[in-house]
Unconditional design. Structure first.
Length: 75
């Protein structure tokens, strides 16, 4: 996620069946938990893709063993 072309990500929280789609504003590499600040976030149910809500920004602190992060480049 340190690449300048990395901007848009999808975070899949498998434990809570939630998917977060948004722009990376900030992140922490050094913490035990995955800490992310996303902007322009859309939140969905992971299994059905049902749209739940949108927010301007969302801070996430999640167990690294229970999530996956999909990265899309801007190029």
């Amino acid at each position: 996620m340190n690449s300048p072309s990395t901007e848009w990500i999808t975070v899949r929280d498998t434990e809570n069946n939630i998917m977060y789609d948004g722009w990376v504003k900030a992140f922490s590499d050094n913490s035990k938990e995955a800490e992310l600040l996303l902007e322009s976030v859309s939140v969905y149910k992971n299994d059905t893709g049902e749209h739940l809500y949108d927010v301007d920004a969302q801070y996430l602190s999640l167990n690294r063993d229970k999530i996956s992060i999909e990265v899309r480049s801007n190029s």
